[in-house]
Write a protein that binds this ligand. Structure first.
Ligand code: PGA
Length: 245
């Protein structure tokens, strides 16, 4: 049995005053059945780590550079995230692939850096609406995943997030059968790379997960958790999703 992982992705949202949501979450979730992770903007990581002390959730980053240190103005390394108390990092999110031209090859270098720093790497893949309409979803996400994994990486430090680009922030989700089919396809891709160890790897679904649909999505075969954007910002909503896991 894979323990579910519910991860919140705050994206470029969150000021000091929003830390109160994390205090509230702490009070609202009791002892959850799942592993819980919150990935705030880098500016809030260290302060959230303090709030998370002794709480049943961990704190992660939303991106890292592939190098451990050096002349890369504005970037943050995996080692720095770990030093701030983060234990995980989201990599290859479609917004980074789109906004910053990140390729899967670059993502693979970042995954290697994250593992080097001891962080869980959550590798995101997902098709565009045009790719889905063309019947290319499995081919696209499989190719993204293969190219985003660095050679020789230990699968125990990895999780995958399937996030259809068209479902992110849109209120639309694939059907349950479509989600289950993609997760099965991704598991087969992982098995081709990692053999039996792929069975232990978590594949999360992301894209418009809300309190109202979390239970049915999290109950699907092969769905080992959720990556939650908008609905992770308010403690009440995120706690309801956690309770559905
Ligand atoms: P959403 O975002 O839940 O707001 O759709 C998910 C994500 O991009 O991780």
């Amino acid at each position: 049995m894979r323990r579910k992982l519910i991860a919140g992705n705050w994206k470029m949202n969150g000021l000091s005053r929003d830390l109160v949501e994390v205090e509230r979450l702490r009070g609202a979730i009791g002892q959850p059945e799942a592993d819980i992770l919150i990935c705030p903007p880098a500016t809030l990581i260290a302060r959230m780590v303090r709030i998370a002390e002794g709480a049943p959730f961990a704190i992660g980053g939303q991106d890292c550079h592939w190098a451990p240190a050096g002349a890369h103005t504005g970037d943050i390394s995996a080692r720095m995230l770990a030093d701030a108390g983060a234990t995980a990092v989201i990599l290859g999110h479609s917004e980074r692939r789109a906004d910053h031209g990140e390729t899967s090859e670059l993502v693979a270098r970042k995954v290697a850096a994250a593992r080097q720093a001891g962080l869980l790497a959550i590798v995101c893949v997902g098709e565009t609406e045009a790719e889905r309409d063309a019947g290319r979803t499995l081919e696209v996400v499989g190719a993204q995943l293969r190219a985003s994994l660095p050679p020789g990486v230990d699968p125990r430090g990895l999780a995958v997030a399937y996030e259809p680009v068209w479902a992110i922030g849109s209120g639309r989700t694939p059907t349950r059968a479509e989600i289950a089919a993609v997760h099965e396809g991704l598991r087969a891709t992982l098995a081709a790379s990692f053999g039996p160890a792929a069975e232990g790897m978590r594949i999360l679904y992301g894209g418009s997960v809300k309190p109202g649909n979390a239970a049915e999505i999290l109950a699907l075969p092969g769905v080992d958790g959720a990556l939650v954007g908008g609905a992770s910002l308010r403690a009440e909503d995120f706690a309801a999703i956690i309770a559905a896991a």
